[in-house]
Write a protein that binds this ligand. Structure first.
Ligand SMILES: [Fe+2]
Ligand SMILES: [Fe+2]
Length: 450
């Protein structure tokens, strides 16, 4: 039963039921107006962390409970912190206690009754969220090490050597430990460098999106196995091995016609040449060659020139989208990173102009409008991480709440499924670092989902 107008006020003691949650105490017996010192101290102690409304010398004030003074008349207690759950969850024990203490009237919220199927689905969702948290924990290190392997490969490529054995080792371990989904979530949570971790994040996202998209589109994979899918995307920027490291790691943005920019813009051609020389299959070569081609090839940001968009493979079109998405979300040294939902909205506005619209739509269905790991604020003021991609309404994913509306970190983190909680919605996306500081990964991996 879903009741989206569930807030009720003026509820008396004998109207309380276990299907209600108290949101405020609003009626009190005589000893609370005015309060003597003993009563005031008792209120301060037992309602620690709440807000109160009092009448003080004829004026109504809303203040934190610890500012209560002797002589105040209590009008309302509200804003209960999570650790006072026992004072808001209605039970027979609580009703008796309320009566004894002289609390007579309340504002309540009806608790929605879940059907057995909904309860089962919720259990599964909690389990899935726990699995993702665990997998992210396990995958942070592999992502870092794989990024280092990409750097080593590019460094050796700069000296004319191309030994792929180290990177192939990571390809194998990511596939065998099924870490691509977790690395995709890490890419939402954590910044990347602009060259190496970028390749790993692009690779993980590509693997996740490609496999799901071709299944939906009923298209056959051009790759011989999952390992090759990852390898192809890890190598999309391999041509950067021909670009001097000072340019790659530069913290300044180069002028459009500068020598540095020309070198950078040659990386797709360099990559295609090197991968061809390494006898890589043509679909891998093409992804490196064409991942910067725009639907409108006349744009300055579309290179190399002289290519028709119609001739470009689905794989190259898809990696072009994932490449720009990761570039926005991963932090560049010369710009701030974008929150994943903002990056999604931005590319959505360019789809059909710069990017293949059909492939973009598949990408968005799979990643969601709020990719897993995005930090968001809910309409009730609490903050949390998106933990799922909804099947129906992309604006209503599952969110694990980590902070209450007062900005306090919670001990246990409730999973809220916006598909069912009709009165809760996402009001804004948050910057992970501004919101959770540099330890955002530690924050995420210590979630206790309930
Ligand atoms: Fe590139
Ligand atoms: Fe790239």
């Amino acid at each position: 039963m879903v009741n989206d107008n569930s807030q009720q006020s003026g509820i008396s003691l004998n109207e309380l039921s276990s299907q209600m949650m108290i949101t405020a105490y609003t009626g009190f017996n005589d000893k609370y107006s005015p309060m003597d010192k003993q009563t005031g101290d008792w209120v301060k102690h037992n309602f620690k962390g709440t807000m109160i409304r009092v009448n003080r010398g004829g004026t109504d004030l809303e203040i934190p409970v610890d500012q209560l003074q002797e002589g105040d008349s209590l009008l309302k207690v509200f804003g209960f912190p999570a650790n006072l759950e026992k004072l808001v969850k209605v039970s027979n024990g609580l009703i008796k206690e309320l009566e004894k203490r002289g609390f007579t009237e309340f504002e309540v919220k009806k608790i929605k009754q879940r059907t057995p199927e909904q309860q089962e689905k919720r259990k599964q969702s909690v389990r899935k969220a726990e699995d993702l948290v665990q997998k992210v924990k396990e995958s942070v290190e592999i992502r870092d090490k794989a990024s280092k392997a990409v750097e080593n490969l590019m460094d050796s490529g700069r000296q004319g050597k191309t030994n792929t054995s180290e990177i192939l080792g990571f390809v194998d371990s990511i596939v065998s430990s099924s870490s691509a989904e977790a690395i995709t979530a890490i890419s939402s949570l954590k910044e990347s460098d602009q060259t190496y971790a970028h390749c790993i994040d692009v690779g993980a996202i590509f693997q996740v999106v490609y496999l799901k998209a071709i299944e939906k589109l009923g298209v056959k994979s051009v790759f011989k196995d999952e390992q090759e899918i990852l390898l192809s995307s890890f190598l999309h920027d391999f041509g950067k091995a021909k670009v001097p490291k000072e340019i790659l790691d530069s913290t300044v943005r180069f002028e459009r016609d500068s020598k540095e920019m020309q070198l950078m813009q040659n990386h797709p051609v360099y990559g295609a040449e090197m991968l061809t020389a390494m006898n890589m299959p043509s679909h891998i070569v093409d992804m490196a060659h064409y991942h910067h081609i725009k639907l409108d090839t006349s744009m300055a940001s579309s290179y190399p020139k002289g290519v028709n968009f119609e001739d470009i493979s689905l794989e190259a079109r898809m990696i072009a989208i994932i490449d720009i998405y990761q570039a926005l979300v991963g932090k560049r040294s010369y710009k701030k990173s974008w929150a994943p939902p903002a990056a999604i909205r931005f590319i959505d506005s360019l789809a059909g102009v710069e990017y293949d619209l059909d492939i973009w739509n598949e990408f968005m269905q799979i990643m969601g409008r709020y990719p897993k790991g995005s930090a968001v604020e809910l309409n009730e003021g609490s903050q949390g991480f998106v933990i799922s991609v909804p099947e129906k309404d992309l604006d209503r994913p599952q969110v694990v709440v980590v902070r209450n509306a007062k900005g306090e970190n919670l001990e246990h983190h409730e999973l809220i499924d916006l598909e069912y909680e009709e009165d809760v919605s996402i009001t804004k996306e948050l910057d992970n670092y501004e919101t959770f500081g540099d330890n955002v990964i530690e924050f995420f991996t210590s979630l206790q989902v309930i």
